[in-house]
Design a protein around this ligand. Structure first.
Ligand code: PLP
Length: 424
């Protein structure tokens, strides 16, 4: 395997003689074949080839291959958003009547997807505090539990997920561990190395890094033994009537799960990215290794500055030695965590809002993990659909300011924060 830096730049697209050096945008819905027989073999999954972009497209596939290589999986599928990636990752193995377990500190959109929308589809989930001891969490597994879900670094709380602990726990109960690796990115953490089975991403964030597209990805480790728990995962281990009685684990082996995402969910629900968006995502990926290092370097300086600032009530950044998750972060992300810092100012909620309004080049945007430093008040913005009780359960204090440190000069970022505080 090549080093991650090289994969960022070179992975996925390997042109041969006379082909474009830069990944082309195959902005085509469909692909041409000479005979009806050729096309029929594709529909029967007997031949590989492109025929309709909802199922596969060369630009999307090249970018998926790069992300797959970065994470070390057996296959990757791109989706039109991170929300779609998390929905598909669960829905690929859960149906009405099933249940799964998730940590309670996950991104607000995912919290809502799991706690409201999936419930409407008959899929129940239990939210757990990862600080609870094993016995308390294990007691919540049920015969119909199908997976465990967590975020490597939670958005916005910055809680570091103990991947090995929860992979072992999930496996003791015969279910896969799904990890949303959006904030750490494979540059800082590769969850499959710690026993995680399936990874999801919002590629909208660091992977793109320039806020030019919304996208997601699912990566399969190929390691989960679906056939050992055949009764629990019939969608993968028994014949699929909608595919001429094909059984995914028999037909695709280690790629059973990820193939089903395409042939079943993409076929029936859609949610593919536009090839144009995958092209933009690929440009972002080409510098991911450089940007992530700079984000972490800047965030570390800003977090240390905030920590010693008398106007600041608290700071949560796993790179700080004083942080509750510092030791876990050192284990899973020794080279740095991410650029996102959560902190609170002394004073009221209105003081926090006034501080943000007084920032100059640091903008208030509904985004995070962007090259440009940005700021958000989750209780007023991304998480406003949650009740106060749910906010606290999700680790979001009402005064929490989410600062996504970009790749500008750290001195300028600190100066902007300082001048906004001086206006308090
Ligand atoms: N997962 C995490 C950790 C996120 O932060 C987000 C969005 O902020 C999502 C998933 C959803 O991604 P998207 O906005 O691309 O749908």
């Amino acid at each position: 395997m090549k080093n991650l830096d090289t994969i960022c730049v070179q992975g996925g697209w390997h042109p041969t003689k006379g082909e474009p050096r830069v990944l082309p945008i195959y902005q085509s819905t469909t692909f041409k074949y000479d005979t009806s027989e050729q096309m029929a073999r594709l529909f029967d999954l007997e031949d590989e080839g492109y025929f309709y972009t909802r199922l596969a497209n060369p630009t999307n596939d090249a970018v998926a291959a790069k992300i797959n290589e970065l994470e070390g999986g057996v296959g990757c599928v791109l989706t039109s958003s991170g929300q779609a990636a998390n929905f598909y990752a669960i829905f690929n193995i859960c149906q009405a009547g099933d249940h799964f377990i998730t940590t309670n500190n996950i991104y607000g959109g995912t919290y809502n997807l799991f706690g409201v929308t999936l419930k409407q589809l008959g899929i129940d989930c239990t939210f757990v505090d990862p600080d609870w001891d094993d016995a308390r969490i294990e007691a919540l597994f049920r015969p119909n539990t199908k997976c465990f879900f967590g975020e490597t670094i939670s958005n916005p709380g910055g809680v570091v997920f103990d991947i090995e602990r929860f992979a072992d726990m999930a496996h003791r109960h015969g279910v896969p561990l799904i990890v949303d690796n959006t904030f750490a990115t494979p540059i800082n953490c590769r969850p499959l190395q710690w026993g995680c089975d399936i990874i999801t991403h919002s590629t909208t964030k660091y992977m793109d890094g320039h806020a030019t597209q919304v996208g997601g990805a699912i990566v399969d480790s190929g390691q989960f033994p679906w056939d050992e728990y055949s009764d629990r995962f019939p969608g993968l281990t028994t014949p699929d009537a909608s595919y001429h009685g094909l059984t995914y684990t028999k037909a695709f082996g280690q790629k059973a799960y990820i193939t089903k995402v395409v042939t079943h969910l993409m076929r029936d629900i859609g949610s593919i990215p536009a090839p144009q968006n995958s092209f933009l995502l690929n440009l972002g990926l080409e510098t991911l290794h450089l940007r992530v290092a700079r984000h972490c370097q800047n965030a570390q300086r800003v977090a240390e500055w905030l920590e010693q600032n008398p106007r600041v009530a608290w700071v949560n950044y796993a790179g700080l030695k004083s942080n509750k998750y510092y030791t876990l972060a050192q284990k899973y992300m020794p080279n740095g965590t991410c650029g996102v810092i959560a902190f609170g100012l002394k004073g009221t909620r209105d003081d926090a809002i006034r501080f943000m309004d007084n920032l100059q080049f640091i903008c208030i945007v509904t985004h995070v993990a962007d090259a440009r430093t940005c700021v958000l008040h989750p209780a007023s913005h991304t998480h406003r659909q949650l009740s106060d009780e749910q906010l606290l359960e999700a680790g979001v204090r009402p005064d929490l300011i989410r600062l996504s440190v970009g790749i500008e000069n750290a001195d300028d970022i600190i100066a902007d924060l300082q001048q906004a505080m001086d206006k308090q």
